[in-house]
Design a protein around this ligand. Structure first.
Ligand code: BTN
Length: 237
């Protein structure tokens, strides 16, 4: 594990390190990020106190997106272990009472013809909510805000990485369908009424299943099924 006071983005540092001969499992951890990145090109506010880490995996298949989906499970498990009963909003947001507490950005990268996945995890552990951008504050929460006990980032990361390790061993040794079944059981979006943008179309209906490719299956009010992967997904009340 490499620990930095500050980097631009732990995902970027991990990718730069791929130029040298780094081993699978290398973790880049920083106390803050100057240019933290979220999914869909969004910024990820990364003030001191939060947990920002990326690690390098070298799966046999180009499964960057699927691994990013599955790693939502260990993230939620770690949050629950430390006292926040978070849910897993499709695809991989850890959410507590409709407020986001952790996010995952996984990226597939070829270096010297070898496929790597850089998985970046950001957890609002010991962040004061008012250190996050004003527009994020109403939709975010932090471990510090929800739990009375102080949890050191090191301790959280240690537990989280053990859980990721378990998941990754299962990923290498089990059929992906089994892992997706587990994911389905943990994804709190299943069974909810949702509104999703699929291409240019808005689909409103019930989140119904996880397909074998990891897509969220939404059954609209006419009973037609639609697969959703990425984009805007809103949970309706
Ligand atoms: C999201 O929900 O949009 C994903 C957020 C991912 C943030 C983490 S923090 C560590 C790693 N480095 C980054 O720049 N992003 C990820």
């Amino acid at each position: 594990m490499l620990h930095f006071d500050a980097v631009e983005s732990t995902n970027e540092t991990a990718k730069e390190l791929l130029e040298s001969d780094v081993e699978e499992g290398l973790v880049v951890w920083a106390d803050r990020q100057a240019a933290g990145r979220g999914r869909h090109g969004r910024a990820w506010a990364s003030p001191l106190g939060g947990l920002y880490a990326s690690f390098i995996l070298r799966p046999k298949e180009a499964h960057a997106w699927l691994l990013g989906l599955l790693i939502g499970m260990p993230v939620v498990k770690a949050l629950r272990h430390f006292g926040v009963f978070a849910g897993l909003k499709y695809p991989n947001d850890a959410v507590y009472q409709d407020r986001k507490i952790a996010g995952i950005l996984s990226e597939g990268v070829y270096r010297h013809d070898v496929y790597h996945v850089v998985v970046g995890i950001g957890v609002n552990t010991n962040v004061d909510l008012d250190k996050l951008p004003a527009e994020v504050q109403p939709k975010a929460t932090t471990l510090k805000r929800e739990v009375n006990l102080f949890v050191a980032n090191e301790e959280f990361l240690d537990y989280l990485l053990n859980q990721v390790d378990d998941l990754y061993s299962r990923y290498r040794n089990t059929r992906i369908e089994f892992l997706l079944k587990d994911y389905r059981g943990q994804c709190t979006t299943i069974g909810k009424r949702v509104s999703a943008m699929i291409g240019k179309d808005r689909v409103i209906g019930k989140a119904y299943d996880i397909a074998t490719n990891g897509a969220l299956v939404i059954a609209d009010d006419q009973g037609a099924k639609h697969e959703f992967f990425e984009g805007t997904l809103e949970i309706l009340k």
